[in-house]
Design a protein around this ligand. Structure first.
Ligand SMILES: [Fe+2]
Ligand SMILES: [Fe+2]
Length: 289
């Protein structure tokens, strides 16, 4: 028995070949209606405006960010327990606990932004958090490494990048939301610097410096540091909705590392030489491509 789609294909073939088989004649109006409707769909797709495409991409970006916020919430919750058990000062433990709650709220805000930009579906993330610290460090050093990676590096970078996003925001709801997230991220980075200062004051040795390239690689991944890439019109529109142009994100990340993160680490006894070399190498590799 012919399926309907098979039958339609046969009709199409007949029409294309100019063979109007009598038994197919009754199907002709349906075929023509189908063709007209397909043309309407094609016209709709091809006439999607750049702003619509940028909004669709923004929805995806905010959906993805929701997942990273949920991961951060888990990591801060684990760190709060470890900091308390290792005798970190009470204000730092309290700030870390609070950070976990903030990140859950950020995840909700990201979801609202994804909906605001017309997300077609909601991802159901499964969050698996692994320790990022090298296994050969002692337990307390591993804790310090985790705090430096999450707070001093990641949260400081987030603060810088969000600041640039807020400046460029063209959507009121996105701007307000990012501003509110930014206020919390500043606190999340502060708790890391405060713990690093405490550890330095009690004479902790530098357990991070030799691993900085690994930490930065894991944090920044494939972030391109090329600042000469011209942004496409769609990237410019997207920047107003919450995702920076590559040349801007590269510059902001580089400046945050050079002006805030490396000097901050050095101030508290962490040798940033390998981190600086990693950055120089990455910047020149980006310029070559
Ligand atoms: Fe966050
Ligand atoms: Fe955060």
């Amino acid at each position: 028995m012919l399926t309907e789609s098979h039958s339609r294909r046969s009709v199409w073939l007949s029409l294309l070949l100019g063979q109007r088989v009598p038994k197919h004649r009754e199907l002709l109006p349906r075929v023509l209606r189908g063709r007209r409707s397909r043309q309407r769909v094609l016209r709709r797709v091809s006439s999607t405006s750049p702003l619509d495409r940028a909004r669709a991409r923004a929805a995806h970006v905010w959906n993805q960010r929701r997942i990273t916020e949920l991961e951060a919430a888990e990591r801060f919750a684990i760190l709060a327990v470890e900091l308390a058990s290792q005798g970190a000062s009470e204000p730092i433990v309290a700030m870390t606990r609070e950070a976990s709650g903030d990140e859950r709220r950020h995840a909700e805000l990201c979801l609202e932004l994804a909906d605001h930009f017309g997300a077609a579906n909601r991802m159901t993330p499964s969050i698996i958090v692994r320790r990022v610290s090298p296994a050969d460090l002692e337990e307390r050093e591993r804790l310090l490494y985790e705090v430096v990676a999450l707070s001093c590096v990641t949260e400081t970078l987030s603060t810088a990048l969000l600041g640039a996003l807020v400046e460029q925001a063209r959507d009121d709801f996105a701007k307000q939301t990012m501003r509110s997230i930014l206020r919390d991220e500043v606190q999340h980075s502060k708790l890391g610097w405060a713990f690093l200062a405490e550890e330095h004051a009690r004479g902790a040795r530098d357990c991070v410096g030799r691993y900085l390239p690994r930490m930065l690689e894991a944090t920044l991944g494939e972030e391109p540091f090329s600042e000469n890439v011209p942004a496409t019109p769609e990237e410019e529109l997207l920047a107003g909705l919450g995702s920076l142009q590559r040349r801007v994100s590269g510059r902001v990340a580089r400046e945050a590392l050079e002006l805030v993160i490396f000097p901050g680490l050095e101030r508290f006894g962490i040798d940033a030489t390998l981190g600086r070399s990693w950055l120089t190498e990455r910047v020149s590799a980006s310029q070559r491509t």
